[in-house]
Design a binder for this molecule. Structure first.
Ligand SMILES: Cc1ncc(COP(=O)(O)O)c(C=O)c1O
Length: 474
């Protein structure tokens, strides 16, 4: 097995897919199968130079070179999934190649059906809506508190979930996003107790929380707090490659894991990228190694350092990690009292070559990642200090205003019914009073402004600056 922590002989971390891919690279075969670029020889030379000959040599799919298969999981892939389950504290883990989106779609397809009522938060990711369009399930919306000054949502409370069960005895499942995009954490333990009382499974979309199980300064993962299934976008913060995620089934889960697996099989490509699968294997191996744990601790300490330095500034502030909710300290949301978040983002980008995770009208989000060094943070601090001492004007015409959607939907049709209805496209100005036929959600954060089946009102218009036309029910 690969010793991915060669410097630390006391802890040999296994990474079976990485090892199998290395073996295949070192023992190349004469290849008469897909992918047709055949170890890069059929690629555009400029591309080959950019990505590297070696990367193309190991670009292969399952079934070949003794690498195992994804569906059903066999060989090194099966072993890697089992190691991931152990590392994250799950009964079973599935590797995902279309991000957590694939996990959410499979959960919706496998666990819900037409008319099934699901309690979920309004600020859920669009993939949960897509899942319900596919299965025909219907959301019961929890509307968390809003913090208009920062343009963000609060958490989901156990009381609001209980209230929803009382008012909707037919509610069959709870699906919570934890944390929110900006890192606000819900009390999953209490929510889980409510779910158990009402005999309903609890699914937690932890797309942004793949580090939590590996550091005591970060919140506890829902897998430890009573959730039945959890998705993690390892590619977001865990260090794997873009698009790669995991779906975990909890130890004492009451859900039908086979149904979820069958759905995944239907949703997934039949040619999974071994590079992406290896990157999940490597990410898990790194996170649980002493080296990876140190990197997570640096990410926490770097975030603390950044927040301490921001405290000394005159105009720029950070959303405090204890602003009334528990939060993930590595997600640093900042604002400059004189400027919109979009304007601050463009100053950082144009004047200082800094790219942040996202910006809204109110502020912007900085991620302190496992790959960031203290030197990165020092540069960022220096730039923020300079901006703080400079007079900038808020040139609004340069940036389209972008707000975090914070609306309470007025539902006229189910998601599925609306999505499959006859539709027409109308200018935005004529859309008020019509029923939306599409999901409008800008990414990031992928939280919907409009849902299929939702009445379009004047309230929506400021959120739709990027849209001239809207698809509505005919
Ligand atoms: C809360 C949440 N869930 C799910 C997703 C989908 O994740 P992925 O990009 O891995 O498909 C996202 C993506 O931004 C998200 O923010």
């Amino acid at each position: 097995m690969t010793n991915v922590t060669r410097n630390d002989k006391s802890s040999r971390i296994k990474a079976p897919i990485v090892e199998a891919l290395k073996h295949a690279y070192e023992n190349p075969s004469y290849q008469f199968h897909i992918p047709g670029h055949t170890k890069g020889k059929g690629s555009l030379p400029e591309f080959r130079k950019l990505i590297g000959r070696k990367a193309l040599s190991i670009d292969t799919t399952d079934e070949f070179d003794g690498l195992g298969t994804l569906h059903p999981a066999t060989g090194p892939i099966k072993e890697a999934q089992e190691l991931a389950a152990k590392a994250f504290g799950a009964k079973k883990t599935f590797f995902l190649l279309n991000g957590s989106t694939a996990g959410n779609l499979a959960l919706a397809m496998g666990l819900t059906s037409k008319g099934k009522k699901i309690i979920t938060n309004r600020n859920c990711h669009r993939s949960i809506l897509t899942g319900m369009i596919i299965s025909g399930a219907e959301p019961l919306w929890l509307i968390p508190n809003r913090f208009d000054e920062w343009g963000i949502w609060g958490n989901v409370t156990a009381e609001s979930v209980e209230e929803m069960f009382k008012n909707n005895p037919d509610a069959g499942m709870v699906w919570i996003t934890n944390p929110t995009y900006e890192g606000v954490v819900s009390d999953i333990k209490s929510i889980s107790a409510v779910c158990k009382k009402y005999n309903a499974p609890l699914i937690v979309d932890e797309a942004h929380a793949s580090l939590w199980n590996f550091n005591e300064h970060l919140p506890a993962s829902a897998l430890k707090l009573g959730a039945d299934a959890v998705v993690h976008s390892l590619h977001k913060t865990g260090g794997s490659m873009s698009q790669s995620s995991m779906l975990h089934i909890a130890e004492n889960s009451v859900i039908d894991a086979d149904a979820v697996e069958k759905s995944l099989r239907l949703l997934h490509t039949t040619s999974p990228s071994l590079i992406l699968l290896a990157s999940l294997d490597a990410s898990r191996a790194n996170l649980e190694s002493p080296r990876g744990r140190k990197q997570i601790e640096y990410a926490v300490q770097n975030a603390k350092y950044l927040r301490r330095e921001i405290d000394k500034l005159e105009h720029i502030r950070d959303l405090k990690p204890d602003f009334g909710y528990k939060t993930d300290i590595t997600k640093v949301f900042i604002k400059d009292d004189r400027l919109s978040g979009k304007r601050l983002e463009s100053i950082l980008e144009i004047d200082f070559n800094i790219e942040v995770e996202s910006a809204s009208d109110e502020g912007l989000l900085i991620l302190s990642n496992v790959g960031n060094t203290r030197a990165d943070m020092k540069y960022l601090v220096k730039c923020l200090q300079q901006i703080d001492q400079t007079v900038y004007s808020d040139i609004c015409y340069l940036e389209n205003k972008k707000y975090m959607p914070m609306l309470t939907p007025i539902i006229k049709m189910t998601l599925r019914e609306a999505f499959y209805s006859h539709k027409e496209i109308v200018p935005k100005s004529e859309a008020i009073g019509r029923i939306s036929a599409e999901v409008i959600a800008e990414c990031p954060p992928g939280i919907s402004i409009l849902l299929p089946g939702e009445l379009i009102t004047e309230e929506h218009i400021p959120y739709l600056t990027n849209y001239d036309c809207i698809e509505v029910i005919r």
